[in-house]
Design a protein around this ligand. Sequence first.
Ligand code: NSS
Length: 436
Amino acid sequence: MSLEIPDRVLAAAANRPETVGKEVHLRGWIHRTRSSGGILFLLVKDASGQIQVTARKDLLGAEAFARAEKALVESAVEVEGTVHADPRAPGGQEVRARRVEVVHAAEVFPIFSGQTEEFLLDHRHLSIRSAEMVATFRVKAEVMRAAREYLDQSGYWEMTPPILTGNAAEGGAEAFVLDYFGTPAYLSQTAQLYLEALLFPLEKVYAFTPSFRAEKSRTPRHLTEFTHLEAELAWADLEDNLRLQEGLVAHIAQRVAEARAADLRVLGRDPKDLRAIQAPFPRMRYEEAIRILAEKGFPITFGSDLGTAEERALTQDRAGPLFVTHFPKAVKAFYMLESPHDPRTVECADLLAPEGYGEIIGGSCRETDLERLTQRLTATGARPEDYAWYLDLRRYGSVPHAGFGLGIERVVRWIARREHIRDTTPFPRTPSRVTP
Ligand code: NSS
């Protein structure tokens, strides 16, 4: 038997002027409760929103009224009654109840205002009920929906690469190692190598996977587990790669502005900011970036990587994203293609989000030549035999190709204006936290 009640009305639908005078049947949770002079005021919320419910002892009966009056915040309730206009009620309407049934009487809810961040993180399974968290998760869902929509419409195939892997592609030191029936294996840091293999028969591929980084970086933009959207494109050069990325990010911004305006306002983000995100995005070479940074007083020379502070300085006064291209080979991964015009650099770009948020995408053209790829790999200290299958891809119809990885939580941090990346994901994984 289905638990769905045919005439169940969501709180947001009930709390509209058009519903005034109608009979409604609500299911939800008590958000606030108080009683005064024999009238009980319940603010009832569900996934859609909230509405005030008033209940009177003479209408409910003494017993039902007593049960409802005792029900604490977060208790689950069913309510039947009539919608009335009332300017004092949040949203302008209230339900005058004929029946209030306490489906589950909650214990004292441990979450209230003024608690420490640690306490809230320890009680994350409950603190995720807050209005800001809920708005953030809906924005995140919209970001992922928009990304899929854009890539699907652009002819990309969604792939399912493995999470358990024998290769630590982004550097062995930062991979989580596990015991795979007596053999060491890793949790995936990137699906890139597998997407490169899939690119030959499919040409345009992408994947959404969890990626893992065993970095002890306690920063507001690092998680040890994050949601990685990666795409790989055959017959592509750097410009093709950047065009795909800017198209994708602009589409995400437009979609979220349009579909999640109310949630954005809860988070303090004006949807107008996102509507202004339009392709193309400006491109700046690494050499230009370090010149600007040096002028701003950063002790930086060719060969230094850009960290959080540098990225913030480059983006804090910008309203839209910025590509920084052609980084020194020495600070980037072994698979990146050397620049034809300057062998000190590679054909790569990081996409930096505006307002100081910094890197949201890392991408590059891939080295396609077997010998050069093997040399670069060896230079990192890795053993080519551990990457035998990947190197094989350069033996059978190797073609120019490029791709990128976008951190969904990084994008949400920017779009939803979250201070810390852990507030873009329900159960954040950081060096000091793996529960709840
Ligand atoms: O390390 S990346 O810069 N690049 C790669 O993994 C490539 N193999 C991707 C590819 O070309 N297919 O990571 C890509 C993005 C980066 O820009 C961030 O947005 C995100 O992944 N990222 C992270 N997000 C949260 N926490 C951590 N630790 C993290 N590391 C990367």
